[in-house]
Ligand binder design. Sequence first.
Ligand code: MN3
Length: 233
Amino acid sequence: MHRREFLTRAGLGAAAVVLSPWRALAQGGGYTLPKLPYAYDALEPHIDAETMKLHHDFHHQTYVDNANKALAAHPDLVKLPVEQLLRDIDKVPKDIRQTVINNAGGHANHTLFWEIMSPKAGGQPAGDLAKALDAAFGSFDKFQAAVSAAAMGRFGSGWAWLIVGKDKKLEILSSINQDSPLLVGQTPALGLDVWEHAYYVKYRNRRAEYVKAWWNVVNWQAVAEKYAKALKG
Ligand code: MN3
C-alpha cells in the first residue's frame, strides 16, 4: 500500500471512530433525522430561519440521538416505526420507558410538525377535513380558537393537538413535554409545538403572537392526508 493511500484510510478510520455508538446504530437501522421538506427560511416571516435551523438540526437531532441511545440494547424495539413504538409503549422496559416517551415522542412529534407546515400555506382546509371540523367544532373559526386556547393553556412545555380518537372522532387537546397522543391510542392530524425553543428567538416570551402567526404556515393538505389515514387505520 502506498503511504498516501494508507494515510487516507487511516484518516477515514479515525473519523469513523469518533462517531458516537448511537449514531453508528442509527446508520444500521435506528431512527434518523428526517430532512426538512423546505428551506430553513421558507416559513419566514412567520417562523424565522434561525429558529428552524436550531429546532430541526439541534433539538430534533437530540431527540433522535437520545432515543437511539436509550434503545441501543433493544434492536427488536428500535426496528419498529416510531409511531408503532409509541403505540406499544408497554413493550418498552420500565427502566427506559420515560426516556423513550420523551425522546421517541420528541422524534415523532417533530416529524409531524415539519410535515404539517409549508410555505404558501395557511388559509382553511377543504373537502372532508373541512366538513369534519365544522361537524365537530361548529365552524373553522371555532376550531382554530380552540386549538389556540389549548396552545395558550398549556403551562410550560408541550403541544396542542387535533387528534383522531379510537372512536374516529376529532378532538382538540394538549399534552405536556413530548407526550405523544399515540401513547394513548390517539392519532395526531395536527400538532403545534409550544415549547419556548419553537418561538423564543423571534417572539421571545410572546407565545400568543407565535400561535397567531403559525396558522399562516399550516399545510392543510398534509393535515387532511393524516386525517384520512387515521380514519382508515
Ligand atoms: Mn420542538
